[in-house]
Design a protein around this ligand. Structure first.
Ligand code: UDP
Length: 495
């Protein structure tokens, strides 16, 4: 019965939709295989007044938090356990990299996380799965002793292969990566440009710790990134400090939403989906820049001009342009954008019926799978890339920051599921480029070829997830390997 079910605890950290979403999807996979799954969320200590932290009361509004609330609602059978907020460390005036501030913040929750893990009866605790960057949780789980700990990589095998080379690259040993081509420096982008900054100095240890678990679950499927997967499995190709080899790599994806759950539960459909219903099949260019990406006003105006000149129909998610980046801004939802003020006068009226602009958020997975959607202008977040592949929609790649720049190289290269936009590197994609690329993907022969290649990728993804497919077998292998570890521990052969 249920009381004998084993439980998997999944720890995404404070990662936003791009980390919590696929983790929840992975939890679903465990449920399908007869396990219980709990995703541990951390309530960010962001509040309007410090008095909210008196006694560390959990705030009831947390799961209503737009973003995580949506994810939790999309996975009604998965348990979400919220670690209540702790008073934030004093970040005022700190010039630490925001990513490192988040890690410092997470560290404060170690005791609460440990208490939660200990609250699960040991015989029932199957394993702990931790986000690649939430390395404190790896330590907490490992300290329990005897519990298999796995790393979850939500950013794909190619980015992982480049990331884990960074320590070696920073140390000046530019070996390896032969499978990935000659431009690792270009690919690793930001991280290698400023080797002296705090983030780059911290990264090697973070990446190393992430690769010291019992195995690595990667959100991808083998044929999508076969060269990278091969590189990850080849000790001669990946150079790790001390000649270590990587733990087993399990490509279990694509773990993406099917975009159906809200409708299946009879909930009201998002307005933009109803709008899509009234559009001709394969007529819409969908533009969306991830859960955090936003563009400056000048850029919004270029997009408007380009879309109008292309004469194509569009659905566009617009977020409030960035202010000064700080931790609070990263953890908080930004306010809703004022579209009338941001977009050129008359645009919304002129394009009514043929164009829709949505404030801040659209149900992306569902939009991509809608028959009216023809192309996807994406910031190349890995989840977005996988969702585009799973829906068979050709992509126009417009990376904004972090590993999105690498993803673009792979998406427009080996994976051949997209075409790059020109101009982002210099800070502005002009209206002419927007028009040209929209025309290319919608009208040109090149666009038709691209569509056919993405359709073939979607097919591969579906086959991989079916019985006997590569992702299905990888997950079965993972479960069996975890069982072997658990058994050897039970016999006292502690590694
Ligand atoms: N997302 C969405 N609607 C939006 C923006 C984002 O549903 O308006 C989802 C998207 O489908 C994806 C995730 O949020 O699953 C974003 O993850 P990704 O890795 O693409 O980018 P990140 O947000 O981490 O930059």
């Amino acid at each position: 019965g249920d009381s004998l079910k084993q439980t998997v605890v999944l720890c995404p950290g404070i990662g936003g939709a791009g980390h919590v979403g696929p983790m929840a999807q992975l939890a679903e996979l465990f449920l399908e295989h007869g396990y219980d799954a709990t995703v541990v969320l951390i309530e960010p200590p962001i509040s309007s007044s410090d008095s909210d932290f008196a006694g560390s009361r959990p705030s009831v509004s947390f799961l209503e938090h737009q973003l995580l609330g949506r994810i939790a609602a999309a996975h009604p059978s998965v348990s979400f356990h919220v670690l209540p907020p702790l008073p934030p460390p004093d970040f005022a005036g700190s010039d630490e990299h925001p990513f490192l501030l988040v890690l410092r913040l997470l560290r404060r929750y170690n005791e609460r996380l440990e208490a939660f893990l200990r609250s699960v009866p040991r015989a029932r605790l199957h394993s702990v799965v931790v986000d690649q960057f939430y390395v404190q949780a790896i330590d907490v789980a490992a300290a329990l002793g005897g519990v298999p700990v796995y790393t979850f990589v939500s950013s794909g095998a190619s980015a992982l292969a480049v990331f884990i080379q960074i320590p070696a690259l920073l140390a000046g040993r530019q070996t390896g990566l032969k499978e990935l081509g000659d431009t690792p420096l270009e690919l690793a982008g930001d991280l290698l440009e400023h080797p002296e900054d705090d983030m780059c100095r911290a990264m090697p240890d973070i990446l190393k710790r992430g690769m010291e678990t019992h195995g690595v679950l990667v959100n991808t499927f083998e044929s999508l990134e076969s060269r990278a997967v091969q590189a990850l499995r080849d000790p001669l190709s990946i150079s790790l400090p001390g000649g270590r080899v990587l733990p087993p790599i399990y490509c279990v994806g694509p773990l993406v939403g099917n975009g159906k759950s809200a409708r299946d539960r009879g909930e009201e459909r998002a307005e933009c989906l109803a709008w899509l219903d009234a559009q001709p099949e394969r007529s819409i260019v969908f533009l969306c820049f991830g859960s955090m990406g936003s563009l400056p006003e000048e850029q919004l105006r270029e997009i408007v001009a380009g879309l109008e000149a292309s004469g194509r129909r569009s659905l566009w998610v617009v977020r409030t342009p960035p202010g000064r980046a700080d931790l609070k801004k990263i953890l908080e939802q930004r306010g809703e954008p004022d579209l009338d003020a941001l977009l050129p006068e008359g645009f919304l009226e002129r394009t009514r019926g043929r164009g829709l602009v949505v404030r801040s958020w659209a149900p992306q997975a569902a939009v991509l799978r809608h028959p009216a959607t023809a192309a996807f202008v994406t910031h190349c977040g890995w989840n977005s890339a996988l969702e585009g592949v799973a829906a068979g929609v050709p992509m126009l790649c417009w990376p904004l920051y972090a590993e999105q720049l690498m993803n673009k190289v792979f998406m427009a290269g080996d994976m051949s599921v997209g075409v790059g936009m020109e101009g982002y590197a210099a800070g502005l994609v002009g209206a002419g480029e927007v028009e040209a690329k929209v025309r290319l993907v919608m009208d040109a022969e090149q666009g038709r070829e691209l569509r056919a290649r993405v359709a073939a990728r979607r097919e591969e993804a579906e086959v991989g997830l079916m019985l006997g497919g590569s992702s299905q077998r990888a997950f079965a292998q993972f479960l069996s390997d975890a069982e072997t570890i658990r058994e050897s521990r039970a016999l006292g052969q502690v590694k």
